[in-house]
Design a protein around this ligand. Structure first.
Ligand code: 2AM
Ligand code: CA
Ligand code: CA
Ligand code: CA
Length: 269
């Protein structure tokens, strides 16, 4: 992708993210109808759908050859990542949006022939915009994020981890290994927005994020941002993330990555 075009694309993406965020903020007390999807705790609001449609309209008007891959399904159905693909989660953390009216984000990753070029995560209510262009570092608003070069050991680390992974019912990973991990580390956190959890790891406020079921739109922006500060992102078994499939994720400082996988994560089947 041509550098000047990429810069212009970034400015355009940023303007749309901020505009979409403004609309969400304006309607925060009136999110429209709230429906459920796969189960009674899987929420979607009119605002999720309207926001994805906003991106779809803008992208197709301005870049007719670009594709949109979004959670709410208004965009394109993809078989591969050829060409330029915007991977968009209009509201990441819908449950927080509904229950808390905060702690949610707009997440955008722009991929060109499978390579992540531009990442944006916007914490709408806090007005915090995390961005990255591949090879040019990551930013929080106008401040460049420092590289994650401190080698904090695992026993002093804070990991974002959902408590459900500790239960015997966990279908994805050996829960005893997860319990041992929680005993080893300093503490856990759980924010309910994968995009924001990626942003907090990139910012160095969390040392890592481990989770079992994410979709490409949850992580597309975050992967690009986190890699720019030297963070490592793989599946929970250490394998390469497939940006078209549901996936497990371990996103963390480089020095604890191998140890978590080798000593604590045992995937089931
Ligand atoms: P969402 O709010 O966009 O649905 C909550 O722990 C995090 O997991 C959020 O980022 C949420 O994204 C995501 N999430 C919720 N339900 C999910 C599901 N069924 N599959 C994958 N990701 C999900
Ligand atoms: Ca959802
Ligand atoms: Ca999401
Ligand atoms: Ca969403």
């Amino acid at each position: 992708m041509n550098k000047q075009f990429r810069q212009d694309l970034f400015e355009q993406a940023k303007a749309w993210v901020l505009e979409a965020g403004e609309e969400i903020k304006n309607k925060i007390d009136d999110p429209g109808s709230i429906e459920t999807k796969s189960n009674s705790n899987d929420l979607v609001t009119e605002m999720d759908k309207n926001t994805e449609q906003f991106f779809l309209k803008k992208i197709k008007e301005t870049y007719p050859e670009h594709l949109l891959f979004g959670e709410e399904g208004f965009g394109d159905v993809l078989n591969d990542l050829k060409g330029t693909v915007w991977i968009v989660d209009p509201i990441d953390g819908t449950m927080n949006f509904v229950h808390q009216k905060r702690n949610f984000a707009i997440s955008v990753g722009v991929y060109h022939d499978g390579v992540g070029e531009i990442g944006l995560i916007y914490n709408v209510m806090e007005g915090q915009l995390y961005t990255a262009i591949r090879g040019e570092g990551a930013y929080k608003n106008d401040e460049k994020l420092p590289l994650l070069n401190e080698s904090r050991p695992l026993h002093q680390s804070i990991l974002a981890l959902n408590t459900t992974w500790l239960l015997p019912e966990n279908p994805y990973v050996d829960h005893k290994g997860m319990q041992e991990l929680v005993k080893e580390i300093r503490s856990t956190r759980s924010y309910g927005s994968a995009a924001l959890e990626f942003a907090l790891v990139a910012e160095g406020l969390l040392d890592g994020y481990l989770t079992m079921t994410l979709m490409p739109w949850d992580i597309a922006g975050g992967i690009i941002i986190l890699k720019e500060v030297g963070g490592v992102v793989t599946r929970a078994d250490g394998g390469e993330v497939d940006m078209l499939e549901k996936t497990t994720i371990l996103a963390c400082r480089s020095n604890i990555h191998e140890q978590i996988i080798e000593d604590y994560v045992t995937l089931k089947n």
